[in-house]
Design a protein around this ligand. Structure first.
Ligand code: UTP
Length: 227
């Protein structure tokens, strides 16, 4: 049985309105996938984290305090996902990698969230992937792959069906520069995944057929990063 770690962006998990129907459908896909693979999920904070981080910034808080308020929504989102997964999930959020391994032993889906300041949940998911020797890392986000430019702004942007870690890492370097391409996986996560040679798939998490394919077989519309 393959081991798969999925990083699910908060913006996918918690849309601004009408989220319950989607979360139930998403949970059904995760449960279905967990019959075929050993599954770990890490939940992001999305717009809820960004809302509190912006509020904290206006108040004048420092970086660690801002990260701290960003982390809490990732955990709330994880709890909501656990509710939707019902008995198929380990019953609480896990914040320690050894505990995640332990909790997965009964065959349940293990849900993790933000662990400490200074990173994003993609980095948590990458660290977890290394720990559990994942066969695949699935980044479920709001675009259907890695593009040559921001597809929301440039209609000519091209999606890469495949790319190497080196190519993705070079694009991540670009996020520091405002004019750089739109990159959907965080650089620290790419570095960890690249060193551990863990096949990485960027997929639109709202497209549940694509997500199912990415989780179960690694075959789907998206971008596959390896080599
Ligand atoms: P996310 O992982 O959700 O950030 O964490 P993101 O990638 O910007 O958003 P989505 O969910 O993929 O759309 C939200 C914020 O929480 C803090 C960081 O400030 C991050 O930007 N955070 C998260 C941490 O400090 N540590 C963690 O382990 C996770």
């Amino acid at each position: 049985m393959d081991t798969v770690v999925a990083s699910i962006g908060g913006s996918i998990l918690i849309p601004r309105s009408g989220g319950a129907g989607f979360i139930k459908r998403l949970a059904a896909v995760l449960v279905e996938a967990s019959n075929e693979v050993r599954l770990f999920v890490v939940t992001g904070g999305g717009w809820v984290s960004r809302y509190y981080i912006d509020l904290g910034k206006e108040i004048g808080a420092g970086e660690d305090a801002l990260d701290d308020v960003g982390i809490d929504p990732t955990r709330i989102n994880g709890k909501i996902l656990i509710m939707a997964l019902g008995g198929r999930a380990h019953g609480s959020i896990v914040l320690d990698f050894d505990q995640a391994v332990e909790a997965s032993k009964g065959g349940r889906i293990v849900v993790m969230a933000g662990t400490r300041p200074g990173q994003t949940t993609d980095a948590v998911a990458a660290q977890l992937s290394v720990k559990v020797k994942a066969d695949r890392f699935v980044n479920a986000t709001s675009v259907d792959g890695v593009y040559s430019d921001d597809p929301a702004k440039n209609p000519r942007a091209k999606r890469f069906p495949n790319m190497t870690f080196k190519e993705l890492f070079e694009m991540c370097g670009g996020i520091e520069h405002k004019a750089g391409p739109h990159v959907v996986v965080d650089a620290r996560a790419v570095d960890l995944l690249s060193h551990a040679k863990i096949k990485t798939i960027v997929v639109d998490g709202r497209d549940l057929d694509a997500l199912r394919g990415a989780l179960v077989s690694g075959e789907c519309r998206g971008t596959v990063v390896e080599g």
